[in-house]
Design a binder for this molecule. Structure first.
Ligand code: SF4
Length: 259
């Protein structure tokens, strides 16, 4: 897999789903794909199989964004917070030319309106082999426009639109709210620290075993160690004893040997 420093090394892509309150790992897997695009669905199914767990909020980084993933999470009625790949760049205003989000799409007329308020009509369709067709809109007024230098280097500005682009627009609108920003940032105190604790505190930076099945076993063992540590911290912090904890887990009563 390609690493952040540009090097390529034999690697596995570790996935975890984490309980928001106690940072307990409720699902774990090891993938052999270097990107995360196909990891959401199996992880959600994995979480659903964990007793007592119901996924409700999914804040993920941009690597997990795809229309398929957003659609899947909507159908599952899971509150998702996933920025697309250009969200941060556009938000920081780091694009050289007018970013696409400055153009307004009019669904009824099937056209776009540019920052100079000109109507950009639908022009053509681009067929894609394994994806939905892209619609293209080309502006006819650029040669007359005083904003042209800031907008495009081409003769005419072209805007493309995926039929599911509204999913990205809705997601951006959600992320731009105070609540959306707060929920997305939950990653920083849920799933991100778990990997940090495994790597930094426990020195788990390399698998000892090879092969997907064996590395998964090794990873699940490390996740179990993590969970035992979290449970021990919880018991200590709450000042409870083992008997009380067992009662909590089993819902109390004699079935757990309460005498
Ligand atoms: S260059 Fe064309 S698309 Fe861009 S703002 Fe001007 S008229 Fe609109």
């Amino acid at each position: 897999m390609k690493h952040k420093d540009g090097s390529k090394k034999p690697s596995y892509n570790c996935q975890v789903a984490v309980d928001e309150k106690e940072q307990i790992i409720v699902a774990a897997d090891v993938a052999i794909e270097e990107n995360d695009l196909h990891q959401i669905e199996p992880m959600i199914e994995n979480v659903k199989e964990t007793p007592g767990c119901k996924p409700t909020i999914v804040p993920e980084d941009a690597g997990y964004f795809s229309y398929d993933n957003v659609e899947f999470l909507l159908n599952e009625q899971i509150d998702a917070y996933i920025p697309d790949n250009f969200y941060e760049v556009e938000k920081r205003g780091k694009t050289k030319k007018f970013r696409k989000s400055l153009f307004t799409y009019d669904e009824e007329k099937d056209c776009n309106y540019c920052p100079a308020a000109f109507e950009i009509p639908f022009t053509r369709i681009q067929k894609r082999r394994d994806d939905t067709d892209l619609r293209y809109y080309v502006c006819n007024y650029c040669s007359l426009c005083v904003l042209k230098n800031a907008c495009t280097e081409s003769e005419n500005r072209t805007i493309s639109r995926d039929p599911r682009e509204y999913l990205m627009e809705n997601m951006r609108a959600k992320l731009n709210t105070e609540e959306g920003t707060e929920k997305y940032q939950k990653r920083m105190c849920t799933v991100e620290p778990v990997f940090g604790q495994m790597k930094q505190d426990r020195g788990f930076r390399e698998f000892l075993l090879r092969g997907k099945r064996k590395t998964k076993i090794e990873f699940v063992m490390m996740c179990t160690v993590h969970n035992v540590k979290k449970i021990a911290d919880f018991i200590k912090r709450e000042g409870k004893n083992l008997k009380e904890i067992l009662k909590m887990i089993t819902g109390g009563g004699n079935e757990c040997g309460d005498r």
